[in-house]
Write a protein that binds this ligand. Structure first.
Ligand code: EPZ
Length: 426
């Protein structure tokens, strides 16, 4: 039996209602934060995606009992605090494993986490994570490819957490999770403002932490003695919502999105409006529809509240069909353009120069066999396949399963012709 792949027959107009799931990138750090808590943590709306399963596996190795309850909620309880090591085998599968570093140092006073290394979207340094732990008083060294940290007691401090590409989302998460149990007050300047950071802070506060300023570049944390588990609902996934918005637009269809927070997507919706895609709130739903003619635009990815890098590839798929030349600049991960070569196989006209891609709009895309390379690049290929004439086969779809729950079923539910097949082709 071969690996699963998607087969898409394009050009169907999508119509209907889709429920957006809980945010993967909020769920992962919040799951890691369960390491800090006494008693049960119950999380609602944790998506059933491969990255959640990987982190569940790692937390299991770290002595946390992780189970899905019959109602779908995820229950996490720390049972054993002996092991403090996240091995390379699991960290290399998922970079977000780095977010156990802060909680382990804060609660177990030691941590050994394999250095994640680079990945398909480019260099992914962790210097800001290490800087934050050191500033809080931990003794951190690199030993044979592992980050090894010790700290009898972490102490609150003022820290600047900016790097050459601005703030760091998981760096801020790690600093915050380490500082909640530190002695005294911690101030994080140039903190990430992403909604997923606000969600983590709100979760920690519900567990008894004292965090303010989340959602702004200055987060203030008053250390507390202990955190108790709580029951919490994860915010909706803004990247999944944005992906379905493009699905509606690229097929000239109309979708109603349930569980969608427009306030988390203002920059993206602004760019969609410039393209000619209407996004409106109608009661509990967000309705997305598009005019026939797509206008070309200029867009630059930025930290929140700017245009998210995690929607750059999907927007590029849409702009391939605009009536003119668009310019996309990637300011967070300048090499995050693996989808360019694959979209070109489907008839897109793309010209890459450094961190910028000029997208020359074409009248139509054509189906082709293509290869998924990272999570969001794969989503872009699915979107292009939905609009393309003929059949598109997307291989290596394990990338997409890392972060989208049942994307094929959800798309089929609104009229797409997409099948998950198994075969010998790589
Ligand atoms: C988070 O990764 C997300 N992952 C990514 O989502 C997302 O693309 C990224 O934030 C940016 O929004 C999770 O939340 C699990 P960063 P993270 O640290 O936190 C540089 C997806 O598709 N940097 O905010 O690892 C870095 O190279 C994924 O769901 C340093 O210089 O990203 C980049 O240029 C992929 N030093 C910039 O900061 C550091 O120590 C922002 O990265 C850390 C980062």
């Amino acid at each position: 039996m071969g690996l699963p792949f998607f087969q898409i027959n394009g050009t169907n107009r999508l119509r209907g209602q889709v429920r957006i799931g809980g945010a993967k990138n909020a769920a992962l750090p919040i799951m890691a934060a369960s390491l800090l808590c006494e008693g049960e943590v119950i999380l609602h709306d944790v998506p059933r995606v491969a990255d959640v399963a990987f982190l569940g596996e790692l937390l299991g190795m770290l002595g946390v009992e992780v189970e899905r309850r019959p109602d779908g909620a995820l229950r996490l309880v720390v049972q054993d605090e002996m092991n403090c090591q996240a091995e390379y085998d699991i960290v290399r599968k998922m970079r977000a494993s780095i977010c156990v570093l802060g909680p382990l140092l804060a609660k177990r006073h030691k941590a050994q986490v394999a250095m994640p290394g680079g990945c398909a979207i480019g260099d992914r340094p962790v210097d800001l994570h290490i800087r934050a732990m050191r500033l809080l008083g931990a003794d951190v060294e690199l030993v044979s490819g592992d980050i090894v940290g010790k700290a009898k007691k972490l102490r609150g401090t003022e820290m600047f957490l900016g790097g050459p590409f601005g703030s760091s989302v998981l760096g801020t998460a790690n600093a915050m999770m380490a500082a909640v149990l530190a002695e005294g007050t911690t101030v994080i300047e140039m903190a990430a403002c992403e909604p997923e950071i606000v969600d983590l802070a709100d979760f920690l506060n519900k567990c008894g932490a004292s965090i303010s300023g989340q959602g702004t570049p200055r987060i203030i944390i008053e250390g507390v003695r202990e955190l108790k588990g709580c029951e919490y609902r994860i915010i909706p996934d803004r990247i999944e919502a944005g992906t379905f918005m493009v699905a509606a637009a690229i097929t000239n269809g109309e979708l109603d999105l349930e569980n969608c927070r427009l306030d988390h997507l203002l920059a993206f919706v602004d760019r969609l409006a410039a393209v000619g895609v209407q996004v409106e709130r109608k009661g509990e739903l967000v309705t997305v529809s598009s005019s026939r003619r797509l206008e070309p635009i200029e867009v630059t990815t930025q930290p929140f509240p700017g245009m998210p890098t995690d929607l750059q590839a999907q927007l590029m798929a849409l702009l391939c069909l605009a009536d003119g030349n668009s310019i996309i600049t990637e300011k967070i991960f300048p090499d995050r353009f693996l989808h360019v070569a694959e979209l070109s196989r489907m008839g897109a006209r793309l010209h890459k120069a450094g961190p910028t891609v000029i997208v020359q709009g074409v009248k139509r895309l054509v189906g082709a066999p293509v290869m998924a390379s990272d999570l969001r690049a794969s989503a872009a290929l699915v979107l292009a396949g939905l609009a393309a004439r003929g059949t598109t086969r997307i291989h290596r779809i394990y990338h997409i399963d890392r972060g989208y729950e049942r994307i094929d079923e959800k798309l089929r539910g609104v009229g797409a012709e997409i099948e998950r097949l198994e075969g010998d082709q790589e």
